[in-house]
Structure formats: structure tokens, C-alpha cells
Design a protein around this ligand. Sequence first.
Ligand code: AMP
Ligand code: MG
Length: 404
Amino acid sequence: MPPLTPLMPVAEALAMVLSAAQHINETIDVPLLDAHGYVLSQDVLSTIDVPPADNSAMDGYALRASDTEQTLAVSQRIPAGTVGSPLEEACAARIFTGAAIPAGADAVVMQENCTEVAGKVSVSGSVITGQNIRYRGQDIKSGDTVLEKGRILRPQDMGMLASIGCARAKVYRPLRVAVLSTGDELFEPGSGELPEGGIYNSNRYTLAGLLSNLHMEFVDCGMVVDDADATAQALRNASELADCVITTGGVSVGEEDHVKAQVQRLGRLDLWKLAIKPGKPLAFGSIGNTSFIGLPGNPTSVFVTFCLIARPFLLKMQGVAEPESPRLQAVAAFSVSKPGGRQDYLRVIVENTSQGLLAKKFSNQSSGVLSSVSHSNALAVIPPGVVVSEGDTLEIILLDSIAG
Ligand code: AMP
Ligand code: MG
């Protein structure tokens, strides 16, 4: 018997795909309102201080901290958006949140600690210089790099760019990712009742959602039957429409699995047996200038291999500086008595308890059971050869961080 080829560790496969990922260089300019999810193609520097002037953090009275032993005449009223005049000696200015501090004032006392009678205000309690003043540039200074190239723009980033007066953002155009589902057994939901031997195509929908989360363009190439010529035609077509083609199914070793042979014919292909569970066969290569990833067929394997391998690859192609997702730690509320030969990504429900995060295992971990993903909120990473006892600390990946 020939010796068994060792399975490729997940980290090795990830390192290989990341080193092969070429990031697209085409940039576009989008209005800031539409910028959510795009990836910045250049650093953004501020040309102003934020806030642009010292201003009040409270509704109250602006005064000199050294003056508060006495009753002060209220000499002016400064609502937000107006500019007061320099504060006269022994006076206070009625001021509102966000209004610029008048020259001469060095503190704001909140109105709850002030009593104003007949145009004079007295203050209770001590007053410290600088209190309730938001100083010019305390958030951002002119010349600061506020966001770096390669960053995915989040809602808070859009707000921050607006705060420095940016109306548009220079970003990479969204990656075009073609998705092709293989299998004679597949039927589209909505196409009628399932015939005997048929199943509904779920992978197409999972991948559409995952790509939409990444703000990439889902190029829907539908389904292809298990036939060599049809597969070649569909792959050629998909490769002309996209930066990357992702297929599901058809990468095992059966004679009904045509993807591998056809990619080899049209382009270049490596087929890996990954030490990953769920999942295992994963094809990686290219057709012309288009990258190619062949995911397994089982719906849960598709989810896991996409999130662990394809997602970081696509993000790197998209120009994202940090394509990998963060890991957390949780305590196992279950045990794994038999060490596995592959790195297992168990579908778990993580709860926040007084002892910290607790991971409960979803009952059915079969790679065909997609509800294990729908009803979980994290993947618990169990390395090959490792057994788990209840109470052990595990590495987890929150699904919100990879598929939220
Ligand atoms: P394959 O790798 O093509 O042998 O597929 C492995 C398993 O995944 C089989 O049970 C297929 O029926 C199933 N499968 C393949 N593609 C899909 C799909 N698009 N949606 C749901 N199940 C699929
Ligand atoms: Mg198949």
C-alpha cells in the first residue's frame, strides 16, 4: 500500500493562499455616504483639528476658575454655533454644549451647580481649571493620519471622516467573486418540489451572504451538472466575469468530481487534503488571471473552509491589511475524548457567564448539518491530537467576526 500523504495543516494552507493573493489595484472614489464596507486605498490625513475650537462639554456657565468665590455677572449668552466675545473681568458667560469657549474663560460649570438670579450667577462647589472644556484638537490634530490604507470602512470610520470634512473616500473597487455550485442532485429553492434524489442548493445562498458581508460583488454563476464539458464551459465563463471563482462540490476523488480535472486543463491547480474538519479536500489555483478556490460540497464544510481559508484570501485580494479574524478564549462545557487527526472547528454556543465565556457544543457536528452553523455563534478550534476535558480553555472564533 502506498504511504498515506500527511494532511496539510490549516495554518500552512492559509499561509500559502495569503502569499499567493495579489491585491487588486483598481481604485474608485465613492461619496462618503456610500463608503460603508469599502477598503481604503490610501491613508487619510486630517487637514484640521477636531474639535476645531475649545468648546463646552456642558450646558452651564463659562468663567475663570479663580473667580468662583464671588457672584459673577452674566455678561453674554453663547449658544452652539455662535462665537462669543472675550470674557470681561468678574463675569461669566451663559454657554451651551458645543459652543466655543470665549477668550479669557478657563472652565465651565454645569448649570445644575449654578444659581442665576437677576443676571448674576453663583456657583456651588469647587471649580478646577479646564473642567468641562473639550480642547481644540483633543480628538484629532491637523496632520494626523486618521485611517490607514487597507482598512475596511466601518460606520464609525465614516463618521470620523465626516468630522474632518472628508466628503468622499478613495477605495478599492469591490472584488468580483463568481460562485458556481456543482452537482447533478442540486435544485434551486423555488423551482418546485424536490424530485427523488434531489436536494436544494444551499451553498449558493450561504456564499452569497458571506460575500455580501464582505461587500464584494457576488457574480452568480448558478449550478453546473457533473459533466466534464459542462464544468469546463462554466468555469471558463465564470473566470471571464470575476477576479476569483469559487466552486462548491466536485473536488473529491470520485468519477463524478470534475472540477479538479477541468481547472487543471484550463489553468493551474493544487489540490490539498487539509487537516480540517469539517472540510478536507480544497482546490486552489487559477484560470487565466482569475484565482480559483474549489471548496468541498458539504454545506458546513463550505462555511468553515470559506471562513478559514477563502475569506482571508479574498480580503487580501481586496487590499485589506489585516485579513484574519480575531480569536477569543472560552471554557469548554463539553469534552472530546478521542483525539482527531484534523483540526476540528466545532460549532458551539458561547455564553457569557460570571466565570467568563462558556462554550457549549451543538449536538450534531456532522458536516452535512447546516443547522449546526445556524444555531451556533462560534467555532471552537480543537487542534489535531488534542483531547478536551470540561473546564479546559479553548480558542474560539465568534461567527459575528467572520460571518456577522
Ligand atoms: P461532493 O463534494 O460534490 O461529493 O459533495 C459532497 C456533499 O455535499 C454531497 O452530499 C452533496 O450532495 C453535498 N452538496 C454539494 N453541493 C451542494 C450544494 N450546493 N448545496 C447543498 N449540498 C451540496
Ligand atoms: Mg458532487
